[in-house]
Write a new protein. Structure first.
Length: 213
């Protein structure tokens, strides 16, 4: 064990530099793809823009595009994976005594900026989701992933299997509460107040279900 540890220590500095450079290059390439895609979506529309055109605008090969995004729809929601990972960690690693609903509320409060102004890309994404059925369907699929995470957390609170009806209903209501907060013209305090109103009912429902067993 000591020999392995010593070898690792002698190689770490160079390895860290290589890994750091590689990750920075990947992050730059990813950002180039996103910027190129949104520029083309704005100019031509989502439907008329092809993956090949996005790749050309980002100065990469089409196969490189697919190394970063599985589809054109995924580029539109390029920030989802990071948010999903953050929510998953918050729900799964919540401290003892904190239920999934309270963990969700904490996650929203931590991630919702106090001073928010909708970017042009976010406004464009919203419009495209209204106009393009494939994007609307993709958005629903992403929301379903959030619902699964919440469902697993609520199921743990209730001591029930994740595929049972009760945690599914609570999780669906929680995701509906999140989507209801999408009024970007409202302040953070107003949006959190709206969320809290909904969570009162969800907490009460979970408590009643726990009492019933």
């Amino acid at each position: 064990m000591q020999q392995v540890s010593i070898r690792s220590e002698t190689r770490i500095p160079g390895m860290k530099a290589v890994v750091g450079l590689r990750e920075r290059k990947k992050a730059r390439t990813r950002e180039q793809i996103v910027q190129a895609a949104y520029r083309l979506f704005r100019e031509r529309g989502f439907h008329a823009t092809t993956v090949a055109e996005i790749a050309a605008a980002a100065d990469i090969a089409p196969r490189t595009f697919f190394a970063y995004f599985p589809s054109k729809e995924a580029v539109v929601f390029h920030d989802f994976d990071e948010l999903f990972a953050s929510l998953t960690e918050t729900i799964e690693a919540r401290p003892e005594g904190e239920n999934a609903i309270d963990a969700l509320r904490r996650w929203v409060d931590d991630n919702l900026p106090s001073d928010y102004e909708e970017s042009s890309d976010e406004a464009l994404r919203k419009r495209m989701c209204l106009d393009e059925p494939s994007l609307a369907a993709h958005q629903q699929a992403l929301l379903a992933k959030l619902e699964v995470v919440l469902c697993n957390g609520v199921a743990r609170d209730l001591g029930q299997p994740p595929d049972s009806l009760r945690p599914k209903l609570v999780a669906a209501a929680a995701v509906a509460a999140l989507t209801a907060m999408d009024d970007r013209s409202a302040t953070k305090e107003q949006r959190m107040a709206l969320l809290d109103e909904t969570l009162v009912f969800l907490r009460g429902g979970v408590a009643a279900l726990q009492e019933r067993g």
